[in-house]
Write a protein that binds this ligand. Structure first.
Ligand SMILES: Cc1cc2nc3c(=O)[nH]c(=O)nc-3n(C[C@H](O)[C@H](O)[C@H](O)COP(=O)(O)OP(=O)(O)OC[C@H]3O[C@@H](n4cnc5c(N)ncnc54)[C@H](O)[C@@H]3O)c2cc1C
Ligand SMILES: *[C@@H]1O[C@H](CO)[C@@H](O)[C@H](O)[C@H]1NC(C)=O
Ligand SMILES: *[C@@H]1O[C@H](CO)[C@@H](O)[C@H](O)[C@H]1NC(C)=O
Length: 538
């Protein structure tokens, strides 16, 4: 009796990364089962800042920022004695541009011209406990099956699929079969430990105690959302969740009871004359570790399970994990639908692990974590924040023309269409309106961008004869590049050249000029970079 191959992808963990995985998979019509051990959502939000790249991904699955930050909103941090006391660095918090350039990324800040724009999307400030229900509702709407109070106990795999042993909400052990499994089960990943995948990196730095409370502090905060509290007897970090809730995170190791917590909060604010409600406390570890591999057969690690990075102003934590699953979802969809061979899946580790490793290293050359840089570790060069957010390059068998000899990250306008980098954002006039170049490319198809009509025909023919959907877009016809940009300069090809973009928006290949047989060249390339199964060409 041959086993029935269940094709559902199993996702372990229904936090930011697991739910994002479910969203991306379901948007590709992949049956998805999410297993989450908790009944509800964690009371203590952690992440609040979501980057423009993350918002581009959310936009592609139907989630918008309906509550954009006001035009004058600035993510600023003040170094103070207490919130109502002496403000030490009043110059740096008002001199935003300088501060952001020096200290980290201003991804929540509205960039105004003449500054370069790298995305049509804006950063999004929404506490994790409010965003997760939005992600979950959309994932359910797209058909994902989210099962709470389901704890993964064990996982086995063979050439046909994976089998998860799960304790369900009744306490009964059940088995769930699937085709592949994504472990989005956080920094203490059960799956990673079962697979005995080791981690390396800076490691444990310190224990952090934090207290979440509600208090009307805006009367004193001058719109600032983060404070470094610096007193001889209190060193702490105060962060706003922008909804009346604040977290005070202590840099010391002192155990505090309720009374001591209240006293510390009053000390940080510098007054007791406000109503204070303590919501909850949390204990977490400042840790930086990256798994030695992100793949074991049919099982993939994503998010904190793959890389636990301490909270920093680049938002490398949750955002990196969301980008992981976006990279993986279309590949699983292509393999499960029979378009691509399973080799495509090997590009996940090849593409995403170096991203995590570079982010790990970049954290320690930035102001907040410099103190934690071990003396034995050489301090690397600080890479530009926009290069880290929009320009980390992929090198894998799914990309033609990227190599180790290139820098690991540059700004999109410096890459100029380099294969392995994401399609740069530029404005195009289309359908009577102004849109981002990202709206030109399909999220469920491959896209060929070109300026010269010869490619139109080739794209059509290859699309018709191949199992892989390919959309051709002639730039300069229905979509006009808004000057001073132009096609050749944007992509580093001639007017006769073309650029092949994957469903995740990454450039897989480009050609500088016109070959003698466009359809054949294009067909061969697609076989290679999409790992197309079978030969559908005539
Ligand atoms: C104080 C703080 C502030 C932060 N701020 C930011 C920020 O502003 N921006 C940012 O990008 N990142 C931030 N981070 C990091 C961010 O919180 C994490 O990167 C993110 O939550 C990781 O998401 P995840 O889904 O990978 O894992 P987790 O959020 O850890 O979720 C894992 C999930 O898996 C479930 N699970 C675990 N084991 C099992 C099992 N065996 N069976 C079933 N389910 C299981 C858990 O219950 C949990 O729901 C911050 C972190 C901290 C601590
Ligand atoms: C790791 O996970 C545990 C439990 O899930 C949590 O208590 C701890 O804060 C996490 N550490 C980090 C660095 O996120
Ligand atoms: C690609 O081909 C399919 C049929 O195989 C067709 O439905 C689709 O419209 C084509 N796409 C383009 C962009 O031509």
């Amino acid at each position: 009796m041959s086993p029935i191959i269940a094709e559902a992808v199993i996702v372990v963990g229904a936090s930011l990364v697991g739910l994002s995985a479910a969203l991306c998979l379901a948007s590709h019509n992949v049956p998805t089962i999410v297993l989450e051990k908790h009944a509800g959502i964690s009371k203590h939000p952690r992440a609040i800042g979501f980057t423009p790249r993350t918002m581009e991904i959310f936009h592609s699955v139907g989630i918008e920022n309906n509550d954009p930050a006001p035009d004058d909103f600035k993510l600023e941090r003040a170094h103070v004695e207490s919130v109502t006391g002496k403000w030490h660095s009043s110059s740096s918090w008002s001199d935003t541009d300088k501060q952001n350039n020096e200290d980290g990324m201003s991804y929540l800040q509205k960039e105004k011209s003449p500054k370069k724009e790298y995305s049509a999307a804006r950063g999004y400030a929404n506490p994790q406990d409010k965003l997760e229900p939005i992600l979950e509702a959309r994932a359910l709407e797209l058909g994902a099956d989210v099962r709470r109070q389901h704890t993964l106990l064990n996982v086995e795999q063979d050439e046909n699929g994976v089998t998860a042993t799960v304790r369900d909400s009744q306490g009964v052990q059940i088995q769930i079969k699937g085709s592949y499994l994504i472990a989005a089960d956080g920094n203490r990943s059960t799956v990673r430990e079962l697979l005995q995948i080791a981690r390396h990196g800076r490691g444990f730095m310190q224990n952090i105690q934090s207290v979440l409370f509600r208090a009307p502090l805006q009367q004193w905060t001058k719109g600032i959302v983060q404070f470094d509290i610096d007193q001889p007897s209190l060193k702490a970090f105060l962060a706003s969740y922008s909804d009346g809730r604040w977290a005070l995170m202590f840099k010391d190791d002192i155990e505090r009871d309720d009374e001591a917590l209240r006293a510390a909060i009053y000390q940080a604010i510098g007054t007791t004359s406000f109503p204070l409600e303590i919501i909850t406390t949390a204990n977490w570890e400042l840790t930086a570790l990256v798994a030695d591999t992100f793949q074991s057969g049919r099982i993939f690690l994503a998010g904190d399970a793959a890389h636990t990075l301490p909270p920093n102003r680049g938002g490398y934590g949750a955002n990196t994990g969301i980008h992981d699953v976006h990279n993986l979802a279309w590949k699983l969809a292509a393999v499960l639908s029979g378009q691509s061979s399973a080799e495509l899946l090997d590009t996940y580790d090849a593409e995403r692990r170096p991203v995590a490793l570079l982010r790990h290293d970049q954290i320690f050359v930035r102001a907040d974590y410099k103190v934690h840089l071990p003396t034995a570790m050489p301090a690397g060069e600080k890479i530009d924040d926009n290069a880290m957010e929009f320009g980390q390059i992929y090198i894998s068998n799914g990309i033609i023309g990227s190599s180790e000899s290139l820098p690991q990250a540059m700004k999109p306008d410096e890459w100029k269409g380099q294969p392995g980098t994401h399609l740069p954002h530029f404005w195009v006039e289309m359908d009577g309106g102004c849109q981002s170049s990202l709206d030109l490319v399909g999220s469920k198809s491959w896209t060929l961008l070109f300026a010269s009509g010869e490619w139109e025909d080739a794209a059509c023919r290859v699309n018709e004869t191949s199992s892989i959907p390919l959309k051709g877009v002639q730039v300069g016809q229905s979509a006009q590049v808004v000057p001073p940009n132009d096609f050749s300069a944007l992509f580093g090809v001639s007017e006769n050249g073309c650029v092949l973009v994957r469903p995740d928006g990454y450039i897989a290949w480009r050609l500088a000029g016109l070959p003698s047989d466009c359809p054949q060249v294009l067909d061969d390339i697609l076989c290679q970079v999409a790992f197309r199964v079978g030969d559908y060409a005539n």
